[in-house]
Design a protein around this ligand. Structure first.
Ligand code: GLA
Length: 394
């Protein structure tokens, strides 16, 4: 929604005038490569999108946080003294999770009225929920700092950690840090090379002249995602425990090199766990090679690595499915597609493709037509721009 329109919705709902409104934004993300590696202490390479959550907010002097959204009829009022009570309310539970987690960590949670406006599609694997979490955390942290008289900027890495903790402990999804980190720390026209074992990171310029990043949405409704996701995490833990018998100094699968894996893989008895670990170890190596390829301006190699990543997520990690595989297969038939793969958790959601600019119309037309005739309903396409991370918009 346009900002002026959203302001009007806010004032119609909560009254008052424009003068004391504040604006906070945090983006969704696309992961270019490094999938299902974050919770294994491995490497990821995501970028923040310009699709975002914008919050219009105003302190209300009460002990409640009032929530509304421009695209939903729901209205929620959170009692700051009872923040544990909103786990199963549907929309609003992410905001409650953030306020609850921040209060436990010593933030002064301030009563306020909030209106959420999202442009990141929901449930599409582009981290619309991380965008909501990080934007809400940024707003509440800003208000807390003001109440305490703290002049420092909001600590963005702390915001990312709060987002992950809220999701793990309050919402019950055992996600890693990638989505919240990208949403908090993204930078326009850069991707983030992040080492998830210690959160060290580098911003890498995404200068791919003549090409665009195209996101294709399967539009598949996801349901089993949470349980399958948590199941993959436990399979990785089983593999790690087996490998640690020979490699006791390793704390994460993401720290194990290909040579070490090949030498000790026989110790993983569980066949599924062995496949999952193989994916993680080789995927981390692909991230390193991808960064090198980008730095060498070798976009072709980067593209090959993306396709290898998809194949591994399909065959070893088993998180793709017919919808994502069809998008990738159809994309690879188009001349001008450099690389393509699923992005995010999988089981539906989106693919990310690097496409030569002149080929984009054909890409959207042909992939769209063939996807719909095979799957029975249409895909959606977005040409993505890489934007900034969380901020107060002045
Ligand atoms: C989801 C999770 C992330 C990450 C990806 C898979 O997006 O929220 O933490 O694990 O899946 O790479």
């Amino acid at each position: 929604m346009h900002l002026n329109e959203a302001k009007k919705v806010f004032l119609d709902l909560y009254g008052g005038n424009e003068s004391d409104l504040r604006f906070f934004a945090a983006p969704g993300r696309v992961n270019l490569i490094g999938e299902h590696t974050d919770y294994n202490g491995g490497y990821v390479f995501p970028a923040a999108l310009t699709m975002r959550t914008l919050i219009i907010a105003r302190k209300n002097g009460k002990n409640t946080i009032n929530l509304a959204a421009t695209d939903l009829p729901d209205r929620v009022s959170l009692d700051i003294d009872n923040l544990a009570n909103y786990k199963n309310i549907g929309w609003g539970s992410y905001q409650a999770a953030i306020a609850y987690t921040m209060k436990k960590e010593g933030f002064e949670i301030t009563g306020c009225d909030m209106l959420f406006d999202d442009t990141t599609p929901h449930g599409a694997g582009l981290s619309s929920s991380a965008a909501i979490e990080v934007a809400a955390a940024f707003a509440l942290a800003t208000f807390s700092n003001e109440k305490k008289g703290i002049k420092n900027d909001v600590d963005l890495i702390q915001i990312a950690k709060i987002g992950q903790k809220a999701e793990n402990e309050y919402i019950g999804v055992n996600c890693g840090i990638m989505d919240q980190f990208s949403s908090a720390m993204g930078r326009k026209n850069h991707a983030i090379f992040l080492d998830c074992k210690d959160l060290s990171y580098k911003l890498v310029p995404l200068a791919i002249d003549g090409y665009k990043i195209v996101i294709s949405n399967t539009n598949k409704k996801r349901s089993l995602q949470t349980s399958k996701y948590n199941e993959r995490r436990s399979e990785c833990d089983i593999a790690l425990r087996s490998l640690q018998k020979s490699l006791p100094e390793k704390n994460y699968l993401g720290e194990i090199t290909i040579d070490e894996f090949e030498k000790y893989k026989h110790s993983i008895e569980d066949a599924a766990a062995k496949k999952r670990a193989r994916h993680v170890v080789y995927e981390c190596d692909r991230v390193l090679k991808s960064i090198q390829a980008l730095l060498n301006n070798d976009i072709k190699t980067f593209g090959h690595l993306m396709v290898e990543s998809h194949n591994s997520l399909r065959d070893l990690y088993e998180v793709t499915g017919i919808e994502l595989d069809t998008l990738v297969e159809e994309a690879l038939k188009i001349d001008g597609v450099i690389g393509t793969r699923m992005t995010g958790a999988g089981f539906g959601g989106c693919t990310v493709s690097i496409v030569r600019e002149e080929a984009i119309d054909k890409f959207i037309n042909d992939v769209g037509k063939n996807y719909e005739s095979k799957i029975g309903y249409p895909a959606s396409f977005y040409i993505s721009e890489i934007g900034d991370g969380a901020r107060e918009v002045k």
